[in-house]
Design a binder for this molecule. Sequence first.
Ligand code: PNS
Length: 163
Amino acid sequence: MNKAAIYPGSFDPMTLGHLDVIKRASKMFDRLIVSVLNNKAKNSLFSVEERVSILKEATRDLPNVTVDSFNGLLIDYAREKDIHISVRGLRAITDFEYELQIAQTNRKLSHGTLDTVFLTTSLEYAYLSSSSVKEIAAFNGDISQCVPDFVVKLVYEKFKNMN
Ligand code: PNS
């Protein structure tokens, strides 16, 4: 059986924590689609195209991983792709309530056809979030332990161009 899953998220930008979840999920499923939510309501640092391109570069050595983007509800996107599993990372108990709500909403809205599988984040990345990466970079702090090297440059460039 060909088991596929979607890993949805904002990925603004993708962190080493996201990459860790991607690598581990890619070993569990035959096919993994990492998909960037095109959320116009959210003020993002990187455009959807830039976020997709970062994810593509970071996953180029993972043959069963593809990168895509989506609009609207995850359940509609998953139905379109005929995929029944969503993967999400859980860092700490603070993520749990939010993630539980999304997972249960998706299961209810999809009439049980979209389930969520959680991977607990590796301890070394438990502290990481895209928001903290942006905050650290905005004040010229060191983000080299948070994102891949090629992303470090891109994040600093963004902030430089803003000033
Ligand atoms: O990286 P994020 O921002 O925590 O990811 C959240 C995401 C994209 C998984 C979630 O917001 C989502 O799936 N949004 C799409 C809209 C949707 O389906 N909403 C219903 C579930 S509450």
